[in-house]
Ligand binder design. Sequence first.
Ligand code: AHG
Ligand code: MN
Ligand code: MN
Length: 327
Amino acid sequence: MRKGMKFEEFVTENAEVELGKLLLSLAEGCKVISHMVNNAGLLDVLGANDTTNVQGEEVQKLDDLTNKILMDYLKASETCAGYVSEENEHQVTLNANGIFTVAADPLDGSSNIEVAAPIGTIFAVNERLSPKGVEVEDRDFLQKGTVTKAAGYFIYGSSTILVMSIGYGVIGFTLNTADNEFYLSHLNITIPAKGKTYSINQGNVEKFDDGLKNFLTHCATIDKETSRPYSLRYIGSMIGDIHRNLLKGGIFIYPANKGETKGKLRLLYECIPMSYITEQAGGEATDGNQRILELQPTGYHERSAIFIGSKNMVQTAMGFLHAMVKQ
Ligand code: AHG
Ligand code: MN
Ligand code: MN
């Protein structure tokens, strides 16, 4: 593996043929999305659709378009059997003879679309459990993150970058705008064990448990030895926040509110893929009690609390959380 190699070359040399076809199709689809997102103000794609999704959220035109693009390209791969996403209430069979399923957040950070801030596409690939030749079933998608076959995200920021893992570490490919090809730009991405950044919607602080409040106070307390106070950085798209923390170190938190157990983010197509990438890069991800990758999904749009990022920061956060529970 060498820097500068084309994504296609990487896939041919490193992924199983069937998985490779799926990943190449996905990347082609995301090139279209990248172009659309970069030119959003010039195309008739901004604004809402006047509809709500299964979760009762307002659907942006780009949420809907990107969902359709992913479905079209994954169908063309011939190896992707089925698809679930934030924008589809139920699973869709794309190729009855395919051997994989994909769970996706076609556009993460929708609220950032109109302000040209980073947004992205998140995906996780599973091996289907039902036999080839028939419609896909719930069990093909509702699998623990420990058996994820591949996962990653495309971030549409100041560059378009694909960060992914097929189970052997994490690498990144940058889209070259001159020839519209992805090239290997980030070899062996590892997340620093210690970070100096925390990412959370601090405006919700009054809704948080005392243990979490104490951790946030710890982050903001002056202590030269541990380089505190840490910096608070929060963009409002988990892709943007986690991508920064992955490269520079840090923790991203979307907790459950006081007295609740689930947070806002969706387990299947947000928490599991981002946790898979983070663990592959040497970091940690938990819902506060259990490793995210060991949670058994029970529904496509199920939500989870998440604490994800640098090992030491996640462990320190858990220390504060559980100290309060014991009292
Ligand atoms: P989506 O645009 O796919 O619905 O996801 C938005 C998510 C996530 O990306 C981000 O971290 C979070 O919502 C922000 O939520 P708050 O505005 O509540 O902080
Ligand atoms: Mn999202
Ligand atoms: Mn989304």
